[in-house]
Design a protein around this ligand. Structure first.
Ligand code: AMP
Length: 545
């Protein structure tokens, strides 16, 4: 027998409709190039998102069409989050930090029909426009007065689109499994891969994020969102904030210590989130300026994820800011939040040292997703806090396939997704990442493919073999070290090799150092033994090349 309750699809448009009616005065504060501090409300966002939906409909965008964005965190980007997904089209948030060839690849792969861009990315768009085969028009996210003269075909102006529309657009009723947004992530091998979220997965993830043992968001919070909106939809925060009516601060490109501190002070920020690199630089600034955050700020929680939260960052937030760190783990494929490190009843009254120790773990799993550990043969391992194994995850907001990638789903028969991370889980369910099986390096929140670097190096006529591993780095968390074997009788210097790589990979992904060795360790089947190299170079320290 079926129950007798109403059924309404879980739709992203319902979030902004709710925010506009239940929290109409809650603010969205943005910092951008054409307007240093811009203030609007959820009502404004809803009204203008509808106008964007109307404008895109007039331009021929239909349900399922992909529309790209190349933009920082700002109110116009937030309007696209609701406008594009709300109308049933797919918002494809493009990471502007990618190598231009990768942007070209993903926009073509996604078959974006229009591309919205911040004018700060104008020269990148000018360069890329001729290569973007499916893009019918480019929309500069500014007003006429701030629009520079650009060599971009079919150039439209955002504020003109908004001005020419009525706000009486009605959000369509969609199947809740309709695709809502698309985000590409680095593949260890080959090209970036697209993760296609649904309205349902997005809403369930947002709802869980607001729970007390997650981020505990409410209408009394003000969030500083340092996580870029092109990184897994800013960890889902625009949706969660609209759900709760929390005030939002969107920093644009300004993530320097001074700008962050000023925003936290002026806007009375209670919660902030970002990758460790941002917080390391921020805390450095606070220390240098001898600021008194405990007195000045009302910052209460800081969510840290994307890479392991360094002890010093946790300690400084707890001690000097009086703010609680919530260490979290997730991936693009997991929407992203899966585990968050919040205390249990038994942790009440623990001292600072004990709290910091707990925060070195990535936390407990949230309702809606499950995790487990397996050995190399897929056998489930014990959760004793000591046994480490492959971390597998499944649930309502975990991807089942990559977008337009032929072949089988990447899940096993029971829907488990192998994350490529190695972890332990203790008796209380706290998960801790201990290593990474996937061959990638994470520098300041961005991925560097070791395989791409190795392939580029071995194209040099003097290089026989190359291996790239991650080395811990104070500022960037990890940086690549290249270990190479030169061909017999070939002379090549570090600098020559780096110069050679210079135009083959993005500049920021170049190795920080190159070490020449006589041979690299291999398995019996001839595979590089990166684990051995990681052991061998475990204490390696970078000095300038
Ligand atoms: P991305 O898909 O770019 O968000 O990267 C996801 C990956 O980042 C994970 O699979 C981990 O390797 C790493 N990661 C994310 N959060 C953490 C964390 N808190 N500690 C350690 N590694 C993390």
């Amino acid at each position: 027998m079926l129950g007798l309750m109403q059924h309404h699809p879980l739709l992203i448009s319902s979030l902004i409709e709710h925010a506009a009616s239940a929290h109409s005065k809650s603010q969205v504060v943005s910092h951008s190039t054409d307007s240093p501090t811009h203030r609007c409300t959820y009502s404004d966002i809803n009204r203008r998102a509808k106008k964007i939906a109307g404008a895109l409909t007039a331009l021929g965008i239909r349900e399922g069409d992909r529309v790209g964005s190349l933009a920082w965190n700002g109110y116009r980007h937030m309007e696209l989050f609701f406008g594009i997904s709300g109308m049933g089209a797919v918002l494809h948030t493009v990471n502007p930090r990618l190598f231009p060839e990768q942007i070209e690849y993903i926009v073509n792969h996604a078959e974006d029909e229009y591309l919205f861009f911040d004018i700060g990315f104008s020269s990148l768009v000018e360069k890329l426009a001729p290569t973007l085969k499916t893009v019918k028009g480019f929309i500069a996210m500014t007003d006429r007065g701030n629009l520079p003269s650009l060599k971009i075909p079919n150039l439209l102006c955002y504020e003109d689109l908004v001005a020419n529309q009525y706000s009486n657009y009605d959000w369509p009723s969609l199947d809740e499994n309709t695709a809502s947004s698309l985000c590409y992530t680095s593949g260890t091998t080959g090209n970036p891969k697209g993760v296609l979220y649904t309205h349902r997965s997005t809403l369930l993830h947002a709802m869980q994020t607001c729970m007390p043992d997650s981020m505990g968001l409410s209408a009394t919070d003000t969030l500083f969102i340092a996580t870029p909106m092109y990184h897994v939809n800013a960890w889902g925060m625009p949706y969660a904030c609209a759900m709760t009516g929390a005030k939002v601060v969107l920093p644009g490109a300004a993530l320097d210590g001074e700008s962050i501190y000023r925003s936290m002070l002026d806007e009375a920020v209670t919660v902030s989130l970002g990758v460790p690199t941002v917080w390391l630089a921020f805390q450095q600034y606070v220390k240098e300026k001898n600021l008194q955050p405990k007195q000045d700020l009302i910052l209460n929680r800081v969510l840290i994820g994307g890479a392991a939260a360094p002890r010093v960052v946790v300690e400084t937030f707890e001690e000097s800011f009086g703010a609680r760190v919530i260490h979290a783990w997730g991936m693009t494929e997991t929407s992203p939040l899966v585990t968050l490190c919040n205390p249990l009843m038994k942790h009440h009254g623990e001292n600072l040292e004990e709290r910091i120790k707990l925060q070195s773990k990535q936390g407990r799993v949230q309702f809606g997703v499950s995790i487990k550990l397996t050995d190399d043969n897929g056998k489930t391992l014990e959760q004793d806090g000591k046994t480490s194994g492959h971390l597998l995850v499944r649930g309502h907001w975990i991807a089942s396939k990559y977008y337009h990638v032929e072949g089988r789903s990447f899940l096993d028969e029971e829907d488990w997704f192998d994350t490529g991370d190695i972890a332990t889980i203790d008796e209380d369910g706290y998960m801790q990442i201990t290593d990474r099986a996937k061959d990638l390096i994470k520098s300041g929140g961005e991925w560097i493919s070791s395989i791409a670097l190795e392939n580029a190096a071995t194209r040099h006529p003097s290089i026989a073999e190359a291996a790239v591993i991650a080395i811990a780095h104070q500022k960037w968390q990890e940086r690549p070290l290249m270990i190479v074997v030169a061909k017999n009788d070939c002379e090549i210097s570090k600098q020559e090799l780096l110069d050679y790589l210079g135009d083959k990979v993005a500049k920021w992904s170049l190795p920080d150092d190159v070490v020449f060795v006589d041979e690299l360790p291999h398995t019996a089947t001839g595979k590089l033994q990166k684990m051995k190299l990681r052991e061998q170079f475990g204490n390696f320290k970078f000095h300038s090349v």
